[in-house]
Design a protein around this ligand. Structure first.
Ligand SMILES: C=Cc1c2[nH]c(c1C)Cc1[nH]c(c(CCC(=O)O)c1C)Cc1[nH]c(c(C)c1CCC(=O)O)Cc1[nH]c(c(C)c1C=C)C2
Length: 582
């Protein structure tokens, strides 16, 4: 392992690019300009990208821009490129039109890593097909949790009566019982002992704020992002700043005040910020609108992003798509390269190919298979588990069958009899595929659903951590029946959906469980020892599970291409080292 001793502080930066707010956490020492412009001198000649999901396609996009002469091959073991991003159109009987369903992510955020994604959207000339959801729309301001037997709207700015709404909700809803006292007492609760390396979000926040707020409210938020259990997920990896604040300042409030008073280190200039400023800046129009956009998606759904990437990459004669091609083994070669044993499903024998560099974007489990194939004990690489989510899309002829808003999340504390189906939440998709009302002014308002009369579109999310120990999952018929039960109980919907789709997304969201940071370190060590920096990794298991995070991870893997001390995990390893302030 190369020295990973530089203990970079955990930083959440607010670096203005004119009026653009960025949240980036990376800090590198190598020359920014040498790295960001298209580069022919240190061209890696040929690159293998393993995995054809959004991360793999993102790697190919950034690599082809940065190294225009490099030969790039994307290996994908299935017949389809695009991974978890999957939008599909369905005919609506009787109407003659179509509705669009998403089986995975459905919207993207424009802030933080999202700026990098937006820069790609502009470069792919997708803006005319982009639906920008306004920060003032009900989709942005109306969010609900279901506890214990009804929906509670979570007051959010900028609603006109936000403060009084908040007070009313906190003082009347059982979900928020004790929250005010807990918040007042937070600075006086003792900090964790020095020797605690990591703990669950549940343990950390219940220590600071009390258990009921964790089980009744916080757990719902983590269902909506990670489909995970707060009592398993890592505070160190997922609440990095708060976890560091407790250690440095004794409390969350103390950390907040220190930041407000400017006692926190000023943000370092990061390479991605420099890239966005000098190489791929956003248009002025989009920059000026960022604060008004809550989330965005596309006319043809989120898959339009992957399809546009594929089209762009297919236009490049240096990029090759190898579908139905799995990787059996990966070994370093004497001549500064990597030998891949590839297995093509269309009947050809296993054959060996040579590449100078590899970016591995497959799931962590696939790296363990590679380790085993080359004789390493499997436990040399840690298991990074993942959650399985079943998404059930429902479309009804009748409009407005749910309260206005984004949807609702179901916390852990909701009694079993109110949620025997193990639902995690329900998304009100029609608020994201608007008819023009929810979008931000100044942009085109493309419409996703091509129907004569707009009905109600929802997605029920089932499973996640609740199905952790399940060896088999509900089939489509069972999944649909469960989803209908959920909306019947929670929203009193008894009408039959006119269109539906059920998707089992097996192992789609990596679980950042307690000890995740150590597992990343162990993976870095193995990769570096085995491949001496010739293999980089990127993906949703490294530094965030969202599409924006995947693209940021892809950008980073390409950015450190010629840094032979890097596996692209170094920054996460060093950055998350918790070091007490002097
Ligand atoms: C397949 C289900 C997914 C669940 N979480 C994710 C997926 C793909 C990943 C994810 N979801 C959200 C984020 C946060 C930030 C972001 O990048 O947008 C991530 C990484 C938030 C989110 N969760 C849901 C929606 C519609 C959004 C985005 C919009 C928003 O925050 O305004 C819904 C939702 N996702 C999951 C569940 C269980 C759920 C329930 C309502 C799991």
């Amino acid at each position: 392992m190369p020295p990973i001793s530089r203990a970079a502080p955990s930083l959440t930066l607010r670096t203005p690019i004119r009026n653009v707010q960025c949240l980036y956490r990376y800090n590198f020492t190598t020359s920014v300009h040498a790295r960001n412009a298209p580069n022919n001198n240190d061209d890696p000649r040929d690159v293998a990208i393993v995995g054809g999901g959004i991360t793999g396609l993102g790697c190919a996009y950034y690599a082809s821009k940065r190294y225009p002469l490099a030969k790039i091959t994307i290996y994908e073991k299935t017949s389809r490129f695009g991974g978890w991003l999957q939008s599909s159109r369905h005919r609506v009987p009787g109407d003659g039109g179509t509705v669009l369903f998403e089986s995975g992510p459905r919207t993207l955020r424009p802030k933080g890593n999202g700026i990098l994604t937006l820069s790609m959207v502009e470069d792919l000339q997708l803006t005319d097909d982009t639906i920008f959801i306004s920060s003032r729309s009900v989709a942005a301001t109306n969010r609900y949790i279901y506890y214990p037997d009804h929906l509670i709207r979570l007051p959010a700015p900028p609603a006109p009566r936000w403060a009084s709404d908040l007070w009313h909700t906190i003082s009347t809803e059982e979900a928020f019982q004790g929250v005010i006292w807990a918040a007042l007492m937070e600075p006086f609760r003792s900090a964790r002992s020095e020797d605690v390396n990591d703990e669950s979000i549940g343990s950390f926040l219940s220590r600071r704020l009390g258990r009921s707020v964790v089980d009744r409210v916080v757990s719902a938020v983590f269902h909506g992002i990670y489909a995970g259990d707060v009592w398993e997920l890592s505070a160190r990896s997922l609440l990095r700043r708060a976890y560091q604040d407790e250690r440095d300042w004794g409390s969350l409030l103390g950390g907040g005040i220190a930041r407000w008073r400017g006692n926190q280190p000023s943000p370092p200039q990061t390479e991605v910020v420099d890239y966005l400023r000098n190489v791929a800046p956003l248009s002025k129009e989009l920059q000026d609108s960022l604060t008004r956009i809550n989330v965005f998606t596309f006319r043809e759904g989120i898959s339009q992003l992957t399809q546009s990437l594929i089209t762009r990459l297919k236009d490049d004669p240096n990029v090759k798509f190898a579908s139905n091609t799995g990787i059996k083994s990966m070994t370093p070669n004497q001549d500064d390269g990597i030998e891949l044993e590839i297995d093509q499903k269309d009947g050809h024998d296993v054959k060996s190919v040579h590449h100078k560099r590899v970016i591995w974007t497959g799931a962590p489990q696939s790296l363990r298979d590679i380790a085993a194939a080359q004789g390493d004990r499997r436990d040399k690489l840690p298991v990074i588990p993942s959650e399985t989510v079943m998404t059930v899309n429902l479309y009804y002829n009748t409009p407005n069958m749910h309260p206005p808003g984004f949807g609702y999340l179901i916390p852990l504390a909701t009694p079993f009899e109110q949620n025997p189906e193990n639902a995690l939440g329900v998304v009100f998709d029609d608020s994201y595929s608007p008819d023009g009302r929810a979008t931000s002014s100044g942009f085109n308002d493309p419409v996703q659903d091509q129907v004569r009369i707009r009905g109600t579109k929802m997605t029920v999310m089932l499973g996640g951590h609740y199905w952790k120990h399940w060896s088999s999952f509900p089939n489509e018929k069972e999944g649909l029946a469960m989803a209908k039960e959920v909306v019947k109980r929670h929203l009193s919907i008894t009408e039959e959906p006119i269109v539906s789709a059920v998707n089992l997304q097996a192992n789609c969201i990596p679980r950042y469980a307690v000890g995740h940071h150590d597992r990343i370190t162990q993976t870095h060590d193995w990769l570096f020892t085995r491949f001496s920096g010739k293999v980089k990794v990127a993906g949703s298991w490294i530094d965030g599970v969202g599409v924006n995070d995947c693209l940021r991870s892809a950008w980073h893997a390409v950015n450190v291409f010629n840094d032979m001390s890097s596996t692209a995990l170094n920054s996460v390893v060093t950055e998350a080292n918790l070091v007490k302030k002097a």
